[in-house]
Write a protein that binds this ligand. Structure first.
Ligand SMILES: [Cu+2]
Length: 178
């Protein structure tokens, strides 16, 4: 009896460990500009009520810039403006905009405010998304992945489809941290 119980406990521990190896609750999206130059990174940390989003980037025009999670994990088409990353992460089909009564979509985030020297560093939090579906929230690390996109202009948080944020300047594919 004792041996059976020990074996069961070992099996549970093995399961927990294999889960941890697949996703340790952290992910990173190295940011690139349209020419493929490294311009910063976004780090994600899973937590009980949402996703912590740390952003560090340089080389942007000063002022407010829209930043979103897009639904396809590719940044391979910088020469075409990163359109291959698709629309926003939005499995529940909500309207875009943190201030939209019919929103927000799961990829929505507050604006970045870029300093005069073109740099930005900030920690954001979203209750709308997750890395692997924790709490039933939209998953970044699903079959087609996800990308973080920083746009040319401010997101007004209400206009469809992206709050008037304009062209896609920076892009980063979200990858689980080993
Ligand atoms: Cu966007």
């Amino acid at each position: 009896m004792k041996d059976v119980r020990t074996a069961a406990v070992s099996a549970v521990i093995a399961l927990l460990c294999s889960g941890a190896a697949q996703a340790n609750g952290q992910a990173v999206a190295p940011l690139q500009d349209r020419a493929g130059q490294a311009v910063g990174e976004v780090r994600f940390t899973e937590s009980p009520h949402g996703l912590l989003v740390y952003v560090s980037a340089k080389g942007l025009p000063p002022g407010p810039k829209g930043i979103h999670i897009h639904q396809i994990g590719t940044c391979a088409d910088g020469d075409k403006g990163f359109v291959a990353s698709g629309a926003h992460l939005n499995p529940s089909g909500k309207k875009h905009g943190l201030m939209n009564p019919e929103g927000p979509d799961a990829g929505d985030l507050p604006n970045l405010i870029v300093h005069a020297d073109g740099s930005v560093e900030v920690e954001l939090f979203t209750t709308l998304a997750s890395l692997t579906g924790l709490g039933g929230r939209a998953a970044l690390l699903d079959d087609n992945g996800a990308a973080v996109v920083i746009h040319e202009n401010r997101d007004d948080h209400i206009t469809q489809p992206i709050g008037g944020a304009g062209a896609r300047r920076f892009c980063g594919v979200v990858k689980a941290t080993p």
